[in-house]
Design a protein around this ligand. Sequence first.
Ligand code: SF4
Ligand code: SF4
Length: 660
Amino acid sequence: MSKKEDTKKKPRIGVFVCHCGENIAAMVDVKSVAEYARTLPNVEFSTDYMFMCSKQGIQLIQDAVKEHNLDRTVVASCSHEQHWPTFAKAISDLGMNPHMHTQVNIREWDSWVTDDREAATAKAKRMVAAGVARAAQKEEVGTEKLPITKRSMVIGGGVAGLRAAMDLAELGIPVVLVEKETSIGGHMTMLNKTFPTDECPMCTLSPLLNGVMSHPNIEVLTLSEVTNLEGSMGNFEVEVTTKPRYVHDNCTSCGRCAEVCPVEVKNEWDHGFGMRKAAYKPFPQALPSVFTIDMRHCIDCGSCVIACPVEAIDFSMKKEKRTFKVGTIVVATGYEEYDPTEITAYHYEHPDVITQMQAERMFSPTTLTKGKIVRPSNGQVPKTVVVVQCVGSRNDQVGNEYCTGVCCMYGIKNSRFIKEHLPDTEVFFCYIDIRTPGLHYEEYYKRAQKTGIRFIRGRPSSIEPDPLSDKLIVDVEDTLTHTPYEIMADLVILSAGMVPPKGFGKLGGKLGLLRAKEGFAKEYHIKMGPVKSSRDGIFLAGAIQGPKDITQSVGHAGGAASAAAQPLVRGYLEKRMDTAVIDKDLCTSCMACIATCPIGAIVVGEAGQPVVNDAACKSCGACVPACPTGAIQIRNFRDRQLNAEVSALLSAAKAGGSNE
Ligand code: SF4
Ligand code: SF4
């Protein structure tokens, strides 16, 4: 290479140091960092500015690139996650390769983690020196348009899943809705009323239920679960296993099978307040409107087969596995009510201690009590009811520190319902704090206060069966007046919190999703990415991301559907190719990289060598140290680039007298 050519290719780097208001400037002398940057090799221009991400800041960068003929930029500001795309786009708009931008994080990694201004400024300089050295080694990386399968899958048929499926379908996207139960609708179908309007939940939900069932773009699979997932965003292959219903779709829902079936068991859908047969439909409006034979309880008498007028019952039906190609997935597997059994002081095993969901079923006109409020132990009308809040929520002893957020409202709703139907019954409402954020929620609570419900600020220490009567003794101290109470209750209703559904750990593992410590699916960013999961192409809708009421779940699901639709509507996937790349000459096909990749992005190619699936690769770098020959590298994170960065960091530290 001639000396002239060498000079021509010399990098021309611009450094831009951001104050981020006081976020950085309060702890880092940004002007001295910008001055220092001017002394670094290959730096042609350097400056500081109050907000680099502002319109004026972007303009400043673009003007400097043009004026100084820069071919790469370094912005020292916040995290790569937050603003690399902003500044990469700024130079891309000028026709440069966006990968020629380098982000140096002097906020989260520096100004926010110290109160020593001198040390923070010195560290910022070292970090800028390292960033400049890496920028000088950067290579141009392409962005490819990858084909995508225009179909989405929604896992979970509760209100959030239904909303997401409907929104996707209305955008013209074919949807496969996978529900593990016999019917769709989820918890909302079990409720008696919904706050703050006290509407009938089924009346509210039915249009959506019917709309989903009859939508030409939606295929509903009940009794089905995802059993395997392969591929990556844009082209997932999802294996779905469907259990046999033992009743074909020509079932007219006449119910003759249930009439003749001799087996009666508790109906799970009624939470112990209703019975069903082994040939059953969980509730009258259940969709699909097809009966199911419960083989766990069926005694194989064959009565239903004889009774069925359309010969729909078929005991030879088998489990089926189908594989669906989909571009995106929405996970809407909802929540479960916390099981209070482990709080032994509350004696949940006592028949007159029930949860709010059980209360919802008891209050419903279709159950055994026909909507009457009774003591389950003897069927008598309760004279004293105690409602206990925060059962399994805000309780670090059971491992759930979080506030479920909706229990105050549903506890108030059911307390009001009791007072409306049994005005002479005393209702005590024991709470830690009342939490009613949201339009019309506080007003709902205020109206409840006027009904005669006695609000006691305190969490009961125990609920004990009285040895001398059939009552329950609720011990609670009113922490506002420091008055201890011993309430003799006929019925206790526990406002049990929302927890992730059992089995979500297994499903989350199959989908490759990260989970929060509470067990819910971890969102990408709590504020800016609440519907995006930790895995590209998989989105979260409703309470699987954290406790939500119906309103919040529906809104969240709409966001998830919109996010899941975007690449499908666009019709292709735009993938930055700063992914892993294998040097075939160095590769010995030991396959160590395949075993190491956490998301299975490396597969065995036709020639028997490992091949990187660029669409799936997350550039995590796990494969790089696993390769014994150094054959696998990440574009723009190659050894030479990282070595340059580390060397510059050490040199800057040495020059500054630091021994860090
Ligand atoms: S399976 Fe047959 S008998 Fe049972 S509801 Fe369906 S049509 Fe009626
Ligand atoms: S065969 Fe099973 S489901 Fe059918 S009637 Fe007999 S017990 Fe009920």
